[in-house]
Design a protein. Structure first.
Length: 190
């Protein structure tokens, strides 16, 4: 079984160029997550990274108010925060037991942040006209875990309803559709 820190490091490597490639003029653009424009999705992803870093250390997380972190060197801050996320999940015991207030197996929680980092990187890439190829291991490992969590995630309004796909859809397209995303989504034309 591949270590969570290794999976997160690979997902981070795919996400960093996407975040670095977001132009400030694109921050108000729509994303495949209809409830978020680019700026709000970046803020949400920062909140996810910070909180799942705490969960790796078995500390409580706070998913209350989402602060606006898209100021100053926010791209550099994202690189630092995600590096710390990888380190946190590589610490001895991070994948053992149950995490903070979520009361879920630590490995499951790690798979949740792996899915978020991968899917939201795609969201941001698609919204800003960038290419994105997910880490295949991240998709292979996170896909089944998120499929298992999908009913709860839909109930909690974390995932949308699944999107129907044609036969032969790739594993990543299946993962996107599972979370309520249309893998063919493109930004609306101005």
């Amino acid at each position: 079984m591949q270590k969570m820190s290794e999976l997160l490091a690979a997902a981070r490597a795919q996400a960093l160029p996407v975040v670095a490639g977001i132009d400030d003029g694109q921050l108000g653009d729509p994303t495949p997550c209809s409830e978020y424009e680019v700026r709000a999705l970046v803020n949400h992803l920062f909140q996810v990274v910070v909180n799942f870093k705490a969960l790796a250390a078995k500390r409580p997380a706070d998913f209350g108010e989402t602060p606006d972190v898209v100021t100053g060197d926010w791209r550099g801050a994202f690189a630092r925060e995600t590096a710390e996320l990888v380190t946190a999940w590589g610490a001895p015991g991070a994948e053992d037991g149950v995490t903070g207030g979520m009361k879920l197996p630590a490995r499951t929680v790690g798979l949740m942040v792996l899915g978020d980092l991968t899917v939201h990187a795609w969201d941001l890439a698609r919204a800003t006209g960038q290419d994105f190829v997910p880490d295949p291991a991240a998709v292979d490992v996170a896909g089944p875990a998120l499929a298992e969590l999908a009913p709860q995630a839909r109930e909690g309004k974390v995932f949308g309803e699944p999107v129907p796909l044609p036969a032969g859809a790739s594993p990543f397209e299946q993962l996107l559709a599972l979370t309520g995303r249309d893998p063919g989504w493109r930004p609306p034309r101005a």
